[in-house]
Write a protein that binds this ligand. Structure first.
Ligand code: ATP
Ligand code: MG
Length: 661
């Protein structure tokens, strides 16, 4: 029998404020408190408490900032209570939306088995549309790039505004192109529909529509999820806030949200701190809990954190007291002559710390922008210090992995044009025009087949039988095309006996000649693909696996659970996490805060940078190192880089100055 906690244990492991929140009977509760005060811990214990008080796990919905955070919280719950939390629904808004839409998307007119577009797929489609609608524009017309069109679109969706409005406030110089942009957006939406795909934003807005427009589904979910719990509420966007309101809107529903307005750092993606600030207006009966103790950091780090956030005018004041006491290592400031020296110093210091017995997993290097990590990556490699990187290109975004995944996607969803084009793009001598022609024939053949096989999505007949007569290819393309069809035949025998891992092996084997030719470091890439097959080894359902891949590129990274690995992360992705030792690098004015923000002169934007700095320093438990390069670059075009205002405006007595030699 696993141990269960007694009321006494709860009281012993929580402070009175946390305990009150964990055991509350209020229908709505908000825990608003500073960094490291145990908000996430409160939510974890709340789940344990509910399970121990007879709430069935499937009646709890836990929304977290990353899927990994959710997994860790549930592991903790199981360790605490012995309860099997497996049936509990938990994860990011996007992954929960995916799960619900898998069941109900037909109500919104989607076909079963929709696939998910990641940012690369979105770019590919948007690029094609820009070419189609604005192909004749010249550089002088300054038509926006696909990326910009996508972020404008996404910002409008995530702030629940009309895109025309976002365009006129954020990008007024694009107004001359408004008509064409409108046509592109309309077509973008229509194409996703006909491809039977959703992008990330669609996951949210479709879930919202499902809840708004289908009362039976809404009521069913409200009855099911008695308890809705949300971490990091300060970074919810408008559709998310609305989803929470609807899901937790039943008569017996309970909602608990936790967060810290001082850590709202995703406004550029549509998050709005007002949702947490106005929580009690939205829910007038809500109970509010505040925690004023910080359990994470030693006093000198906390002193600097408190001073950093007090630079902002607009905030709810919450000075934290340190629960921990101990060796008073003041945050160290390290000016380095240039970025290479800075990186070399960081690597050497980490080497010393590791030499004194600190495992790599207790150390993180944090930065404002992904490219800041380049020198550190090189130096760590040079000094043989293992690291994992949670910013930048993620595993599933790498070209060769996407190549393999494209086959699996097309297998599940023959309407997936992007996957199809990616595949034929690997054939020699196939350009855009040929691929387009082949696609049209493929799609027509598939539609005819689908019409004759109602209810089926994936082809149950051999691909060669359906596609060989339909898709006409020139003699030059015939060999790879035939090989492709026979591969698809072998992947999808009518009896469905191949597991996802076997599919990956088969596609990989087929692609070896292409991969080894197309990419210079094939050996490493082959290792990735072997890893991919290992990853899917556990999965039985290919569709589910593909959805997981698409969701992974959201914020999570595959977990390298190596104790020796130092973590490299952007500050944005380090939210909610903690390490014994933290380095914040590139703390130069113009780097952090970002030059664009300084030039904009916007107080709101500067305050968001300050919150970002606050998030960074509050990740540290025992030691904090703040470094900056006086020059960025070493050659004649090196940029002079004064220290960040975060270093110069904070009281000097809170820090100690170190040399970088
Ligand atoms: P953030 O704002 O960064 O998300 P948070 O408020 O969610 O932080 P947690 O991550 O829950 O804080 O807690 C910070 C650390 O303090 C964790 O290591 C946690 O286990 C520890 N902690 C929190 N509350 C207590 C407590 N009552 N007793 C002992 N340790 C605690
Ligand atoms: Mg937290």
């Amino acid at each position: 029998m696993m141990p269960t906690l007694t009321a006494h244990d709860y009281a012993a492991e929580l402070n009175p404020e946390q305990y009150a929140a964990v055991t509350t009977t209020a229908a709505q509760a908000l825990v608003i408190a500073g960094a490291g005060s145990g908000k996430t811990r409160t939510l974890t214990y709340r789940v344990a408490w509910l399970l121990e008080h007879g709430v069935a796990p499937w009646r709890i919905l836990l929304l977290t900032f990353t899927n990994k955070a959710a997994r860790e919280m549930l592991e903790r719950v199981t360790a605490l209570t012995g309860a099997d939390a497996g049936q509990l629904w938990s994860g990011t808004f996007h992954s929960i939306a995916n799960r619900l839409l898998r069941r109900h998307a037909d109500r919104l007119g989607y076909l079963p088995g929709f696939t998910i577009f990641d940012s690369d797929d979105q770019r590919a489609l948007m690029k094609a549309l820009v070419k189609q609608f604005a192909g004749k524009m010249t550089k002088a017309d300054r038509f926006p790039k696909p990326e910009l069109l996508l972020s404008l679109h996404s910002l409008a969706v995530n702030t629940a505004k009309d895109w025309h409005q976002v365009l006129s406030t954020e990008y007024p110089y694009l107004e001359t192109h408004e008509d064409i942009i409108g046509k592109i957006y309309a077509e973008y939406t229509a194409r996703k529909r006909s491809l039977n795909v959703m992008d990330f934003d669609d996951l949210l807005t479709n879930l919202l529509r499902l809840l708004q427009e289908h009362a039976d589904i809404r009521r069913g979910l409200q009855e099911r999820f008695l308890h809705v719990l949300v971490d990091e509420y300060q970074d919810t966007n408008t559709p998310q806030d609305e989803i929470v309101r609807l899901l937790a809107g039943g008569t017996g529903s309970c909602l608990m949200a936790v967060g810290d307005d001082a850590q709202s750092i995703y406004s550029w993606r549509g998050a709005n701190v007002e949702h947490i600030l106005r929580f009690t207006e939205q829910y007038p009966q809500a109970e509010v809990h505040r925690i004023t103790t910080n359990y994470r950091s030693l006093p000198p780090i906390l002193a600097l954190s408190n001073a950093a956030i007090s630079l902002n005018e607009n905030q709810i004041l919450k000075e934290l007291r340190a629960a921990r006491a101990g060796d008073n290592f003041k945050p160290a400031v390290i000016p380095a002559p240039d970025n290479r020296t800075e990186a070399a110093w960081v690597a050497r210091r980490i080497d010393e710390l590791m030499g004194s017995g600190i495992p790599g997993k207790d150390v993180a290097i944090l930065y404002r922008a992904h490219f800041h990590s380049m020198d550190v990556q090189m130096e760590l490699t040079r000094q043989h210090i293992p690291f994992r990187i949670t910013s930048g290109l993620r595993f599933f975004e790498q070209a060769h992995v996407k190549d393999v995944v494209a086959f699996l996607r097309l297998l599940c969803n023959p309407r997936d044009e992007i996957a199809f084009r990616r595949i034929v793009g690997t054939f020699p001598r196939v350009g855009d025009a040929t691929a387009g022609r082949m696609w049209a024939q493929w799609l027509a053949a598939y539609e005819a087949w689908a019409a004759a096989h109602p209810g089926q999505v994936a082809l149950t007949d051999p691909h060669s039988k359906v596609m060989e007569p339909a898709v006409k290819v020139s003699p030059a393309i015939r060999p790879p095309w035939a090989a492709f069809l026979s591969l698809m035949d072998s992947l999808h025998p009518a009896d469905h006996t191949l597991l996802p891992a076997e599919l990956v092996h088969a596609v990989h084997a087929y692609l070896v000649p292409y991969l080894s030719h197309a990419y210079d470091n094939y050996e490493e890439r082959a290792e990735d693909l072997a890893q991919l097959a290992r990853n899917v080894g556990q999965e039985e359902n290919l569709e589910e696996f593909l959805a997981q891949i698409a969701l992974l590129s959201e914020v999570d990274t595959p977990t390298a659970t190596d104790d020796d690995c130092v973590t490299l992360s952007t500050i944005h992705q380090a939210k909610g996490l903690e390490w014994k030792i933290v380095f914040i690098i590139f703390l130069g004015e113009g780097q952090f805060p970002h030059r664009r923000v300084i030039e904009s002169g916007s107080t709101a934007d500067i305050e968001e940078e300050t919150r970002l700095f606050y998030v960074a320093v509050t990740r540290a438990q025992d030691q904090l190192y703040l470094s900056f390069p006086r020059y960025n670059g070493r050659s004649y075009d090196a940029q002079f880089c004064p220290p960040s205002r975060f270093l110069t405006t904070l009281p000097p007595e809170l820090m100690q100055l170190w040399g970088a030699d």
